[in-house]
Design a binder for this molecule. Structure first.
Ligand SMILES: Cc1cc2nc3c(=O)[nH]c(=O)nc-3n(C[C@H](O)[C@H](O)[C@H](O)COP(=O)(O)OP(=O)(O)OC[C@H]3O[C@@H](n4cnc5c(N)ncnc54)[C@H](O)[C@@H]3O)c2cc1C
Length: 469
C-alpha cells in the first residue's frame, strides 16, 4: 500500500535515466514514449496509474540495477509479476515499475521433481512446463495470474486440500534485497526471510526465482456442477459439512454465479443465476465416479454437470476466457471458519442481486494439507480457517463499476461478522493498515521485525504493506 510520498522523476536527470537504460538487457520506457500505455496497463482496468518509468527486466542484473536506481533516486518502486493484483499493486503513479514479465522461464527437473521458476512467470508458463512430465504444483485457478504475486501471498487453488498452498511447496527463493544485494532464502539460508516470503507478499525484496516441489498430477476428474439458485440453501448447508470431512483427494469450491451466455453452456441456462461447486478430484476415474455418485444423486439431476476427466493444465485454464485482462474488477475477502444458517440466508440474498453476469462469490477450502501445516511454520496466518471467501464484481463495462463495487461492499459488510476477522492478502483492495494487521494477526510483529532487518526504509511499500518495526 502506498503510504509515503517520494519525489517523482521530475527531479531525476536525463543522464541518470540514460545511464540506467544503457545498463539493461531488458528495456526502459518513460511516460509519453511509444508503447507506454501498453506497458503501464495492469489486469484490472479500474486501476489507471501513470508510472514515470517502467523497467522491463531480462535478468537478475537488471533487477539489481532497477532496485538500486529507484532507491538512489528516491522513487516509489512497485514490483510487477503477472500484473493481476486486484488492488493494482504491480504499478504506481509517478514512480518506477520493475516489470518482471520478460523473466518467465521455467526449468523442470523430473528426477528431483522440482521446478525452478523465474519471478515474472505466469501460472500458464508453469503449467506448460510441468505438464509434459506429468507433474504439477498447487496454485490458482486462472492461468494468467503471476507465479510471483500468488506465491508470495499464499496460493489457493484446486489442489489445496491435497497438496497445500503454493507456499507449502516452495523450497527456495532467490531474492534481491532493498540494498541491491542478492540472497537465497530457504529453510537453511536466511530462514527468517524464507518464513516471511511465504505469505508476507512482496514486502521483503524482489524474488527473481522460485524453486518448487512438484507432484505427479496429470489427469483429474474435475469441473463445475451447477444447481438452480432456489436449491442454494440446501446445497450450501450440505457443502459446509461435506467438504470439511471429505477425503483430501477431493477439492471443491462453492460459488454463486450467472451461467455465461455462450457455448458450451446449454442455451436454456444462459444468464440464469445459479449456485455451484467446482470440483477437482485426483483419484483414478473409476474411483472418482464412485465418490461422485452420491453427490450427483443428492439434489436430483444438477442443472449442469461438467465434471469428468480433464488434464490438470486444461482445468487450470478453464476460466481464463471468462476473465480476460482489461475488465473492471473489485473484490473483498475474508477467512471463514463456519457458515451458520444466518450466513447462508445472507449469501443467498446477495447472490440474488449479482450485479453483472461475471460477478461471483467463491468459498475456497483451505483445510486438509494446507490446514495441517503448523500455523507458525510460515507467515500465512489463517491455517485454522476452513475457507477463503471472496466476493468479486467484474464487468467489461466501466459504467458497471459503481454498482458492482457497492454490491461487493454491502455483501462483505453483511458477512464480515461471520468471518474470523482477517482476509487473504492476495484478494484485497487497498483497505488500510488495520486490515493488513488483521490478515497477519500475531504474525504481524514478527514480519515487521524481519522487514526492519531486510528493508528498513520500506523501499518495497507498494504492497499490503508491513511497516518496519
Ligand atoms: C482472475 C484472477 C484469478 C485469481 N485466482 C486466484 C486463485 O485461484 N488463487 C489465489 O491464491 N489467488 C488468486 N488470485 C489473486 C492473485 O494471487 C493476486 O492477484 C496476486 O497478487 C497476483 O500476482 P501477480 O504476480 O499476477 O500480480 P502483480 O500485480 O504483478 O503483483 C502483486 C503483488 O505481488 C508483488 N510481486 C509479484 N511478483 C513479485 C516478485 N517476483 N517478487 C516480489 N514481489 C512480487 C508485487 O509487488 C505486488 O505487491 C487471482 C487474481 C485474479 C485477478
Amino acid at each position: 500500500m502506498v503510504t509515503e510520498t517520494l519525489p517523482t522523476t521530475r527531479s531525476i536527470s536525463e543522464d541518470a535515466i540514460t545511464a540506467v537504460a544503457a545498463s539493461l538487457r531488458g528495456n526502459l520506457t518513460q511516460a509519453g514514449e511509444a508503447g507506454y500505455d501498453e506497458a503501464r496497463a495492469v489486469y484490472n482496468a479500474m486501476i489507471d496509474k501513470y508510472p514515470a518509468l517502467i523497467v522491463r527486466c531480462r535478468d537478475v542484473a537488471d533487477v539489481i540495477a532497477g532496485v538500486n536506481f529507484a532507491r538512489d533516486q528516491g522513487l516509489l518502486l512497485s514490483i510487477r509479476g503477472g500484473g493481476h493484483n486486484g488492488a493494482g499493486l504491480g504499478t504506481v503513479d509517478d514512480g518506477l515499475v520493475l516489470d518482471l514479465g520478460l523473466m518467465h522461464g521455467v526449468r523442470v527437473d523430473p528426477v528431483s521433481r522440482t521446478a525452478r521458476v523465474e519471478g515474472g512467470a505466469l501460472l500458464s508458463d508453469l503449467h506448460h512446463a510441468t505438464a509434459p512430465f506429468g507433474l504439477a504444483m498447487p496454485s490458482g485457478i486462472v492461468a494468467s495470474t503471476g507465479v510471483g504475486g500468488i506465491t508470495l501471498g499464499g496460493g489457493i487453488g484446486h489442489l489445496t486440500r491435497q497438496l497445500g498452498l503454493s507456499i507449502d511447496n516452495l523450497l527456495e527463493a532467490d531474492v534481491v534485497l532493498a540494498d541491491g544485494s542478492f540472497v537465497v532464502a530457504s529453510e537453511t539460508e536466511h530462514p527468517d526471510l524464507f518464513w516471511a516470503v511465504r505469505g508476507g507478499g512482496g514486502n521483503f525484496g524482489v524474488v527473481t526465482s522460485f524453486l518448487f516441489k512438484l507432484h505427479p498430477i496429470s489427469t483429474l476428474y474435475a469441473g463445475p456442477m451447477l444447481w438452480p439458485l432456489e436449491r442454494a440453501a440446501e446445497v450450501l448447508r450440505w457443502y459446509r459439512e461435506f467438504i470439511v470431512n471429505a477425503p483430501e483427494t477431493l477439492n471443491g469450491f462453492f460459488a454463486f454465479l450467472t451461467v455465461p451466455p455462450a457455448l458450451p453452456f446449454p442455451e436454456h441456462l444462459w444468464n440464469q443465476k445459479v449456485c455451484g461447486i467446482v470440483w477437482s478430484c485426483t483419484l483414478p476415474q473409476e474411483q472418482a465416479e464412485v465418490t461422485f455418485a452420491p453427490i450427483r444423486a443428492r439434489f436430483g439431476q444438477p442443472a449442469l454437470d461438467g465434471v469428468g476427466p480433464i488434464s490438470h493444465q486444461a482445468l487450470q485454464s478453464m476460466f481464463d476466457a471468462l476473465y480476460p485482462a482489461g475488465e473492471q474488477w473489485y473484490w473483498k475477502s475474508d477467512f471463514v471458519n463456519e457458515i451458520p444458517d444466518a450466513a447462508v440466508d445472507l449469501h443467498i440474498r446477495f447472490a440474488e442481486q449479482l450485479p453483472t453476469w461475471k460477478s461471483t462469490m467463491h468459498l475456497y477450502p483451505i483445510d486438509g494439507v494446507a490446514g495441517r501445516v503448523p500455523r507458525d511454520a510460515t507467515a500465512w496466518n489463517y491455517r485454522d480457517a476452513h475457507w477463503g471467501m471472496v466476493i468479486i464484481g467484474v464487468s467489461p463495462d466501466p459504467a458497471d463499476s459503481d454498482r458492482m463495487t457497492a454490491w461487493a461492499r454491502e455483501y462483505w459488510s453483511a458477512l464480515h461478522p461471520y468471518s474470523v476477522g482477517g482476509a487473504y492478502v492476495n484478494m484485497m483492495m487497498e483497505e488500510g493498515q488495520d486490515r493488513v494487521r488483521a490478515s497477519y494477526g500475531d504474525h504481524y510483529d514478527q514480519l515487521a521485525r524481519i522487514k526492519a532487518k531486510y528493508d528498513p526504509d520500506n523501499l518495497f511499500q507498494v504492497n499490503q504493506n508491513i511497516k518496519p518495526a
